[in-house]
Design a protein around this ligand. Structure first.
Ligand code: PAF
Length: 269
């Protein structure tokens, strides 16, 4: 695997088409690796980027303590057969025009007001300098991939945005770098978030959505989670469910021992 550390160098490379980019902030886990594996199976070459993007962290968030495991990440990528690793310069996010996202005033965007502006601004830079045929994202960050898909379509950027299934721990907890802040016992316990989403999904036709939402919130609060949000919305645009809705998103952000965990389920009607 070739490790590239400058923007100039990555811009000057000619990749074998079709090639895929997997943007990450490092501390790679099975969720990221599933994207890399998908890239290797479906494209001629795969580039992984590792960049802890300062633009997407709020003032009181974990930018400075975000887990960094670069040598381990390199080893994992080498083992999988990834072609390129791009580790941009520290100033990669400087002097960029901030991009306005759509669909960012709900769910995670409410408690993290400029998070998606930061994500979209850095992804736009990656897409413009690397010009991949495809860019791969995990569905755990459902809102993130929806926002990026909408932007790429609106700006007619010629990169397919491919969204791939959530990878889970044995307990059902969605894989995330922030799970590193939890003990094994905590991770097992936090499997309750997914059980709660599954129960809610199974009851969608049985009770009004408002009732299901309150029951799910009560269940998680009783179990010991602090709820940032739990919402049942139209998966196509994150607005309220209507008669026209054909796909429902049940999304949650719950805090356990100060660790913010997100998860979701999509149900086609
Ligand atoms: O999902 C992430 O890890 C980040 O938001 C991303 C897409 C790498 C942008 O910094």
């Amino acid at each position: 695997m070739e490790v590239i550390k400058s923007t100039e160098e990555i811009e000057s490379l000619n990749f074998n088409s079709p090639f895929a980019l997997v943007p990450t902030m490092g501390n790679l886990h099975e969720g990221h690796l599933s994207l890399v594996k998908y890239g290797i199976e479906n494209y001629s070459e795969v580039i992984v980027s590792i960049y802890i993007n300062p633009l997407q962290f709020g003032k009181n968030e974990d930018f400075s303590t975000y887990p960094k495991t670069i040598s381990q990440d390199i080893q994992l990528l080498e083992t999988l057969g990834c072609n390129y690793l791009f580790i941009p310069e520290k100033n990669f996010a400087e002097n960029l025009e901030i991009i306005e996202p759509k669909f960012s005033d709900v769910l995670c965007g409410l408690s993290r007001p400029f998070h998606f502006h930061g994500v979209l601004t850095i992804i736009n830079k990656f897409l413009r300098i690397i010009k991949p045929n495809a860019c791969l994202f995990g569905l755990k960050d459902y809102q993130q991939q929806l926002i990026i898909k909408e932007f790429v379509k609106r700006k007619k950027i010629k990169t397919d945005i491919v969204s791939l299934p959530i990878v889970r721990e044995k307990s059902g907890l969605a894989m995330s770098s922030r799970n590193n802040y939890l003990s094994d016992e905590d991770k097992k316990f936090c499997g309750k978030i997914y059980s709660c989403l599954k129960n809610l999904a199974a009851s969608l036709k049985k009770k009004p959505l408002g009732v299901l939402k309150i029951e799910a919130i009560n269940f998680l609060q009783h179990a010991g989670f602090e709820i940032d949000y739990l919402e049942i919305v139209d998966a196509n645009n994150l607005s309220s469910v209507t008669k026209k809705t054909n796909k429902i998103l049940i999304a949650v952000a719950a805090i356990y021992k100060k660790v913010r965990l997100i998860d979701n389920i999509v149900v086609s009607l």
